[in-house]
Ligand binder design. Structure first.
Ligand code: SF4
Length: 369
C-alpha cells in the first residue's frame, strides 16, 4: 500500500530539493525523450524552471498531440447529495455549515438527467456526493442504474468505499473513480480535516489502492492546491501516480489539480499557484506522465481553460452545477464551490472548435465492458 512508499520521504527535504533545483536539472529533464523520473518532476515544478516555461509548454503540447490527438473530452458533474459528516474547513458541504441538506430521490435524479440532456449531447456524467450514510453504496448503485440508459460513461467522486464495493460498481458500469488526497502532508491534512471519517489520513490515502485492486478502468488522483506548498504537494501526487501506475498497470489514470479560492472562515494563508505557475505544473505533469488524462473543472476561469486546452489538458467539464438538483432548480447557496466558467456547453464546444480541437462527448461505450 502507498503509505509505506510515502513514509520513505521527508516533506521538508522534498521542499528543499524543489527550492534548490538548478537550471541544469531543468535542462536535463527537458532534454530527456522518455523515462523521466520524480527527480525530473521536482526540477520541472521548481522555481528554477520558470525561465523555461515556453520550452515546457512546447514539449507538453507536442506530447499531448502525439498521445491524444486534437481531442478534448467533455463531461459534466451531477451532484446527488450535499449531506456530509465531515468538516473539511474549505468546503461548502462541511457539516458545520447551516445549509439545507438534500439527497436526490430517484425521480429527482431522472429530472436532472432530463435537464442535462437539454444542455448538450453529454455521454459522460460524474456522480458526486458528500460523505454520509445517506449516500450509501446501495444508494449509489441505484443512481448508477438510473444513469445507465442515458450515459455511456459513468464516473464517481464519492466517499471512500471498500474494494468489493468498487468491484461491484465497476461490474455495474462505473468506468472511473476520482478520489483526491487534498494534501499529502499528514499534519496539515489533520488540521483541515478535523472530524468525520475523512480525518483518517491513511484510510483515504489507500483508497486508490482499493480501486486499483478492484480493477476499475480509470483512477483519478490529485491534491487541492492551496492547503500546503503546492510544489511539494504536486511532487507527492506525482509519487502517488507513479506508484499506482507501476502497481495497477491495467488501469488508466487521471490527474486533477483544483486551486482553492479564499473562503469564509479561512484562518490560514493559501499557498495557491498563480496562473503561470499552474501552467508550469500542467506541463510538468504532461512531460513526466505523457499518457495520463489531465482534467480542469469549471473552478478555473474560461480564459485560463481555453489556453490550457492547447498545452496538455485532455478533459474539461462544461455547464456544471455544483449543488444537488442544480440543473432543475439552481440554488447556488447549496453549492460546494464557486464556478468560474459560466459558459454554456454549446459555447465551450464552439471554443474548442475555434481552437482547432475536436470536442468529444463520447469516448466509451457500455458494450466495451
Ligand atoms: S470536501 Fe467532501 S468530505 Fe469534505 S466536507 Fe466537502 S463534501 Fe464533505
Amino acid at each position: 500500500m502507498f503509505y509505506s512508499t510515502l513514509s520513505k520521504f521527508n516533506w521538508k527535504q522534498v521542499e528543499d530539493a524543489i527550492a534548490t533545483a538548478t537550471l541544469q536539472s531543468v535542462e536535463r529533464a527537458l532534454a530527456k525523450r522518455e523515462n523521466l523520473n520524480l527527480e525530473d518532476f521536482a526540477a520541472l515544478v521548481s522555481p528554477a524552471a520558470t525561465p523555461y516555461l515556453e520550452a515546457m509548454a512546447k514539449k507538453s503540447r507536442e506530447l499531448t498531440l502525439q498521445r491524444f490527438g486534437k481531442a478534448i473530452q467533455i463531461y459534466l458533474p451531477l451532484y446527488l447529495s450535499n449531506d456530509c459528516e465531515n468538516s473539511c474547513v474549505y468546503c461548502g458541504f462541511n457539516r458545520n455549515n447551516k445549509i439545507e441538506r438534500k439527497v436526490l430521490t430517484a425521480s429527482e435524479i431522472l429530472a436532472e438527467i432530463n435537464e442535462i440532456k437539454k444542455l448538450g449531447p453529454f455521454e459522460h456524467v460524474l456522480l458526486v456526493t458528500g460523505e454520509s450514510p445517506k449516500a450509501s453504496f446501495e444508494y449509489l448503485m441505484n443512481a448508477v442504474e438510473l444513469c445507465h440508459e442515458h450515459f455511456s460513461a459513468i464516473s464517481i467522486e464519492v466517499q471512500p468505499l471498500g474494494m468489493e464495493e468498487y468491484a461491484e460498481l465497476a461490474k455495474n458500469g462505473v468506468t472511473a473513480v476520482y478520489i483526491y488526497q487534498e494534501t499529502y502532508r499528514e499534519e496539515t491534512y489533520q488540521k483541515h480535516h478535523p472530524k468525520g471519517k475523512k480525518s483518517i489520513f491513511e484510510y483515504r490515502l489507500h483508497c486508490p489502492d482499493r480501486i486499483g485492486i478492484a480493477g476499475v478502468r480509470k483512477i483519478g488522483v490529485g491534491a487541492l492546491l492551496g492547503l500546503e506548498n503546492w510544489r511539494a504537494d504536486s511532487f507527492f501526487t506525482a509519487l502517488h501516480l507513479n506508484y499506482l501506475q507501476e502497481t495497477y498497470w491495467q488501469s488508466k489514470f487521471s490527474i486533477s489539480f483544483p486551486r482553492l479560492r479564499p473562503f469564509e472562515g479561512q484562518n490560514f494563508e493559501l499557498c495557491t499557484p498563480s496562473d503561470r505557475e499552474l501552467v508550469q505544473l500542467l506541463c510538468a505533469y504532461r512531460i513526466c506522465f505523457p499518457d495520463v488524462e489531465i482534467s480542469l473543472s469549471t473552478r478555473e476561469a474560461a480564459n485560463f481553460r481555453d489556453k490550457a486546452m492547447m498545452l496538455g489538458l485532455t478533459t474539461m467539464s462544461a455547464g456544471s452545477r455544483t449543488d444537488p438538483g442544480g440543473y432543475t432548480v439552481s440554488k447556488t447557496e447549496l453549492s460546494q464551490w464557486e464556478i468560474n466558467d459560466y459558459r454554456s456547453p454549446a459555447e465551450i464546444e464552439q471554443k474548442i472548435k475555434q481552437n482547432g480541437y475536436d470536442p468529444v462527448w463520447k469516448d466509451w461505450d457500455a458494450a466495451f465492458r
